[in-house]
Each structure stands twice: as structure tokens, then as C-alpha cells.
Design a protein around this ligand. Structure first.
Ligand code: G3P
Ligand code: MG
Length: 253
């Protein structure tokens, strides 16, 4: 049984084009598209009332005009937040994106997504996956979706929603644990997403040999990353897709 027939892109815009627009918003995904990216990485978690939203932090202080834990907000409360002004006045009035509207935009633009199941401290991975997976699997074809997480129990639970051939799962690693192989096998992983500065050449080789795609996060300096392409890295997850693309285009000249 094989994995979905995904054509991985060289560049994946991290939290949308997060160097150019407020991260994890509809505006950031549109900016990524306009910059030429065709895949984005986005984080998903739940509000207090169970609504899945595209958001990274456990609270709203850094990326909105509000304060407090995300999982204490209801949908109307979350919608009252301005999630654009902290980044720039140009994005004043930007609203937090529900998973539902984000999936609509991704389909409208025919973009692929690496959706990260973001299990912040103290949050329940099972409840999160139960809310997210049916909606995502209903909306997106398997060729435009990679679900990833640092949280292995979340990935295990994702796997119960679809088999290897219908759902690509990616395991996120900060530093690669000794048990990486067992952990990836246990969820029938399609890809491994290592923190690129901590990945060693020998680990990358072993991962490729075991059949995994490697998607490295988060690289913003194309010259610093340059030597890693020869390791066979499939995709880079970057805040700076335009800078990376320009660098790669110049290399090819
Ligand atoms: O999925 C790659 C990357 O997003 C993981 O870290 O904290 O940016 O979500 P973080
Ligand atoms: Mg992420």
C-alpha cells in the first residue's frame, strides 16, 4: 500500500507568507500565493467552544489586540479580535481564520497544505484531532494534504481516520530522537519534518533509505541552507518563500 501521490513543492510558506503578512491568516495565505508559493504550512487548534482555528500560540497576546488563552475564547469572542494590526496597520481588521474558511480559501487557490496539529501544553490531542480530521478529509484531496505534529498521540489518532494510501502523515522533530524509526513506523508516516540546523547528514541518509520524504523547518536564509539540498531534502518550510525562490532561480542561471 503506497502513500497519496503528492508532488511536494520545493518551498512551503511557513504559517502562510509570515514574513510579509500576519501569520496563519487568510492574508498570509493569499500573500504566499501571490509570491508564487503553492503550499503553506498552517497550525490548527481549538477554541474553548470547540471551533478549530488557524493559530500557533497557546494564547492570543502576541498576534492580536487581545489577551488570554485561546482555549478560553468562544467563536464570537475570537472574531472580535484584530489579528492584523500587531503586524502592520495595513492588515488592521484581519480576523482569526476558522479552519473552515481557511480550507475554502485553499481550495479556491488550489493550494496544498501541511497542516500542523498544534498540541499546546495541557491541551487534549484527541479532542483536537476529532474536531479537525473529519472537516479536513472532507474538504481536501489527499494529494494536497500533509498532516504533521510533534505530538505522537495526535498522529496515532489521525491515522485512525484514514489509511496510509489516503492520508500523508508527517512526524515533526526538534532534535531527532533515537527512536525516530519506530515512531514513524507506528503512524505509517509519509514524511519526517526535522528542525534543519539539528539534522545530521547520516540521519537524513537513514531517513531517506527508510523511504521517508524530508521537509525541513524553518529555514529563512537560503545560503545557510544551501548545502542541505544535496542531501535530498524534498521541501523547505520558510517564512521567506520569495527570498528563497529568488535565490534558487539565481542558482539555476
Ligand atoms: O511545521 C513546522 C513548524 O511550524 C514547527 O514549529 O512552532 O513554527 O509550529 P512551529
Ligand atoms: Mg507550525
Amino acid at each position: 500500500m503506497t502513500h497519496p501521490a503528492i508532488t511536494l513543492p520545493t518551498l512551503i510558506a511557513h504559517r502562510g507568507y509570515s514574513a510579509a503578512a500576519p501569520e496563519n491568516t487568510l492574508a498570509a495565505v493569499r500573500a504566499a500565493y501571490e509570491a508564487g508559493a503553492r503550499w503553506v504550512e498552517l497550525d490548527v487548534q481549538l477554541l474553548g467552544d470547540g471551533t478549530p482555528v488557524i493559530w500557533h500560540d497557546a494564547d492570543v497576546a502576541r498576534c492580536s489586540d487581545g489577551r488570554g488563552a485561546l482555549n478560553r475564547l468562544t467563536w464570537p469572542e475570537a472574531q472580535a479580535l484584530d489579528v492584523g494590526s500587531w503586524f502592520s496597520d495595513r492588515f488592521a481588521g484581519e480576523k482569526i481564520a476558522s479552519l473552515e474558511v481557511m480550507l475554502e480559501l485553499l481550495n479556491e487557490l488550489e493550494m496544498g497544505v501541511n497542516l500542523e496539529i498544534k498540541v499546546n501544553k495541557g491541551r487534549d490531542p484527541i479532542e483536537l484531532v476529532d474536531r479537525v480530521m473529519p472537516e479536513v478529509l472532507e474538504a481536501l484531496p489527499p494529494e494536497r494534504l500533509v498532516i504533521s505534529s510533534f505530538d505522537l498521540s495526535a498522529l496515532h489518532h489521525c491515522r485512525t481516520f484514514a489509511s496510509k494510501k489516503d492520508l500523508a502523515l508527517g512526524v515533526l522533530f526538534g532534535s531527532t530522537p533515537k527512536a525516530w524509526r519506530t515512531q514513524c513506523e507506528a503512524v505509517d508516516a509519509y514524511s519526517i519534518h526535522p528542525h534543519w540546523p539539528r539534522l545530521k547528514r547520516a540521519q537524513a541518509d537513514a531517513m531517506h533509505e527508510a523511504g521517508y520524504q524530508l521537509l525541513c523547518y524553518t529555514a529563512n536564509d537560503p545560503s545557510a541552507f544551501q548545502s542541505r539540498w544535496s542531501w535530498g531534502i524534498a521541501s523547505v518550510i520558510t517564512d521567506e518563500p520569495a527570498i528563497f525562490q529568488r535565490f534558487l532561480d539565481n542558482q539555476r542561471l
